[in-house]
Design a protein around this ligand. Structure first.
Ligand SMILES: *Cc1c(COP(=O)(O)O)cnc(C)c1O
Length: 341
């Protein structure tokens, strides 16, 4: 099987496993797991923030951030297809009691005008707007990369209105490999940044939330409240630390593979896809000749795993589980399936 469902499918390779097996551990809830401390310190350093806190998932880092930035009844501004709104179980409403004001981003990217257009007059009838959430790269946007200038403009609009800025940087690593920018150059526009180690970086578990020391202290309380305090978490943090040091640069291979895949798929009948929009490791395309679920099923029978993300859309993601020889083989399966029906 060629597994293009997600970059979360990556399994730890032997050197990562060796680092995990050798990890020194303590009790992280009591604050003395040395490997977790090392991972948090290194993550904060890369993002140029005062502190970071390790958590079991990216959904948790995002939801803890939203909770720590807001009070029940507040409102956040977020793209209509953002992961934190759409794919985290209704977390903002359930866990923070906030409403989401949805912005109509293009491939997940909105502008400072969208933010200004959503601002409310100062009047106690309205919900209090507190936070702008940006997702980079944007998952449902097809791995789209935020131009740094657009981030800076959105930040200006947010600051003028006294709003905080949160970055869902589950795939910030991919945005940085695609643009050549350092993580801190994106991160400096945000009060909080969430990053995942378990996507393209290939660690088995975990994400981190970074920000000011005061903010992260507050976030630690909500991590505990949400059930995310882990004990000998150094075992998994060691995998994340290994990934951080060894797997960031190789994301370029995933991007090259995704681009090749997109170019091949775009040339096939019954597909709508502009390969020029594929900037990182995610390829999302429309299927016009059959329901997306039917195509996914046929591809599965032909040895290729993809995810139908809507009635007529399919997502294919490259990762370190996919090598360059897999791409022509996957394309052959696409060709066979689309020709036959
Ligand atoms: C995967 C993902 C997350 C977090 O997912 P978990 O499965 O909870 O770790 C957050 N944001 C984006 C954009 C993602 O793609």
């Amino acid at each position: 099987m060629i597994d293009l469902r997600s970059d979360t499918i990556t399994r730890p390779a032997s050197q990562m496993l060796a680092a995990m097996a050798a990890a020194e551990v303590g009790d992280d809830v009591l604050g003395d797991d040395p490997t977790v401390i090392a991972l948090e310190k290194r993550t904060a350093e890369i993002l140029d923030k005062q502190a970071a806190v390790y958590m079991p998932s990216g959904s948790m880092t995002n939801q803890v951030a939203i909770r720590a930035h807001t009070e029940p009844g507040d409102e956040i501004l977020i793209d209509a297809n953002a992961h934190s709104y759409l794919l985290e179980g209704g977390g903002p409403a359930a866990l923070s009691g906030v409403s989401c004001r949805l912005l109509a981003g293009v491939r997940g990217i909105f502008t400072s005008n969208d933010v200004r257009g959503a601002l409310r007059p100062k009047n106690y009838h309205f919900p209090r707007t507190k936070l702008v959430c940006v997702e980079n790269t944007h998952n449902r946007g097809g791995g789209s990369v935020w131009p740094i200038q657009t981030v800076a403009e959105v930040e200006s609009a947010a600051r003028e209105a006294g709003l905080k800025m949160h970055l869902d940087g589950a795939r910030l690593w991919n945005a940085c490999v695609a643009t050549g920018l350092a993580e801190r150059e994106y991160a400096r526009h945000f009060d909080s940044v969430s990053v995942c180690f378990s996507k393209g970086l290939g660690a088995p578990v975990g994400s981190a939330l970074a920000g000011s020391a005061e903010f992260i202290d507050r976030a630690r309380r909500f991590r505990k409240l949400f059930g995310g305090g882990m004990r000998q978490a150094g075992i998994i943090a060691a995998g994340a630390l290994y990934a951080l040091e060894h797997h960031r640069d190789r994301l370029a291979e995933d991007h090259a593979n995704a681009r090749k895949l997109a170019e091949g798929i775009a040339a096939l009948p019954g597909i709508e896809l502009d390969p020029a929009t594929v900037q990182t490791n995610i390829v999302i395309f429309r299927v016009t000749s059959m329901p997306a679920a039917a195509l996914a099923e046929k591809l599965h029978a032909a040895g290729v795993y993809v995810l139908a993300t809507g009635p007529d859309t399919i997502r294919a993601v490259t990762s370190l589980e996919v090598n360059s020889e897999d791409i022509p083989q996957a394309l052959k399966a696409f060709r066979d399936v689309l020709k036959s029906g």
